[in-house]
Design a protein around this ligand. Structure first.
Ligand SMILES: Cc1ncc(COP(=O)(O)O)c(C=O)c1O
Length: 422
């Protein structure tokens, strides 16, 4: 975007003021207001304090540092973020541009454009009326949890969990109860059953899971359904990696979870390499969809029209157009697991799905934070310490499968040289 100077001839009719607040500033800038503080200052809310107590930064500190050092010119191979490196399919980009050219830059219906709701309903195998369009799965999770839990309620997470979940729960005022996963990092449903208390309102799970790479089976859903019905609970499943099932199964919450109490959240971020578009959805019972409409009016006022147009095109692409992109993740997972298991002191299991491999580093260094730090400083490889995903991630580091196989190989060559000295 350009600055705002020398534009007077092309000023839009609504242009009034002499100042430009655009990202590049303007020819005149607003005089700075001196802002001497007077006591007492108004406090932040208890939600802000709960979020601060959970903290976000520590999980990502090494990943952030890696990004900064790469930007400063260091030769570091980053296996940190779950953000696909490739651009979206050209048809998606073309639809985005066409939407902008056609002036699709206005407000949208609160629940989403009808065409996109229908496309999502077809993809998910649900009714149009059960779809709520959201700016990404992250926001969908926050909105859903805010509408189903609050102060005094408990939300059960399987530990290790996606690193943002404790923050999502804290933002609702509820308490996260972390239930250890099994040794293979899969969700331990009997341990969840044992952790249910009179305050439990929701089981918040992720399948296929980040970081664990495990996935819920039809039998898991049978037991989860029994528990939800017996204790009157919601089952919320984050399915952003549903297109990345390496075991060939497609087991979705909406089909297998308990009727009337299941919510599935999903997005195009991973499935179509569209992280920056911020478009996703929740599939939920109608009474929650109505509440999500109220949420949207209060918090969002809809998702951009041209983004929703592009999302319709994304969901209309034939599977064959995305097969190579998705297959690449399975191939990279197989490759990384083989490379890891060939190294003394490291081990990894083939994930059932997702974009990550958890590398067990206990045979080299039991402290995953220290191992990740040393990989960054001494081997110039960036990974995410597993303990950032809960106690269940301890002794592991998370490897992202977003880089090409050649980059993953170079990273493992560096790790192989580093291991004997570690
Ligand atoms: C498990 C999980 N849920 C949600 C998200 C965020 O998805 P979105 O970009 O759709 O908000 C991520 C991103 O890494 C994720 O791993």
């Amino acid at each position: 975007m350009g600055g705002c100077s020398a534009r007077s001839a092309r000023r839009p009719p609504w242009w009034r003021g002499p100042f430009c607040y655009g990202p590049n500033g303007g020819s005149k800038s607003k005089p700075k207001r001196s802002c001497r503080m007077t006591e007492p200052l108004p406090p932040l809310s208890s939600r802000a304090r709960s979020l601060a107590a959970v903290g976000q930064a520590s999980s990502w500190a090494i990943a952030d540092e890696g990004l900064r050092r790469v930007a400063a010119g260091e030769d570091i191979l980053l296996l940190t973020l779950g953000d696909p490196v490739c651009p979206p399919h050209p048809a998606i980009v073309a639809a985005t541009k066409a939407g902008l050219d056609a002036g699709r830059t206005h407000y949208t219906p609160l629940h989403g454009e009808p065409a996109l709701r229908s496309a999502i309903a077809r993809t998910e195998g649900c009714e149009h009326g059960h779809v709520m369009v959201m700016p990404g799965a992250q926001h969908a999770g926050l909105a859903v949890l805010t509408l189903i839990v609050g102060e005094g309620d408990e939300v059960i997470l399987s530990d290790p969990f996606y690193a943002t979940y404790p923050g999502v729960v804290a933002a609702t005022g509820a308490t996260a109860v972390r239930v250890p996963a099994r040794a293979d990092l899969s969700t331990d449903i009997e341990a969840i059953a044992a952790a249910i208390s009179p305050r439990t309102r929701c089981l918040f799970l992720n399948s296929p899971a980040n970081p664990g790479g495990t996935a819920l089976s039809p039998a898991d859903y049978v037991r989860l359904s029994e528990l939800c019905e017996q204790h009157n609970l919601w089952l919320v499943v984050d399915e952003v990696y549903s297109h990345f099932r390496f075991d060939g199964q497609d087991v979705r919450a909406w089909q297998h979870g308990p009727r009337g109490r299941t919510v599935s959240i999903n997005s195009l971020s991973k499935s179509h390499a569209m992280t920056g578009y911020r478009v996703g959805w929740a599939i939920a019972p109608e009474r929650l969809i109505a509440a999500l409409g109220d949420w949207c009016a209060a918090a969002l006022f809809g998702v951009c029209q041209f983004v929703q147009d592009a999302a319709v095109v994304a969901l209309s692409l034939p599977d064959s157009e995305l097969a190579d992109y998705r297959l690449a993740f399975r191939n990279r997972a197989t490759h990384v697991v083989a490379r890891a298991n060939a190294l003394q002191g490291l081990s990894a299991a083939m994930p059932a799905g997702g974009m990550f491999v958890m590398l067990d580093c206990r045979g080299v260094e039991p402290d995953d934070q220290r191992f990740a730090r040393r990989l960054l400083d001494e081997a110039q490889v960036g990974v995410v310490p597993g303990s950032g995903f809960g106690a269940g991630g301890r002794g592991h580091v998370r490897i992202s499968l977003t880089p090409e196989v050649e980059t993953l190989d170079r990273a493992f060559d560096r790790i192989a040289k580093f291991i004997p000295q570690a």
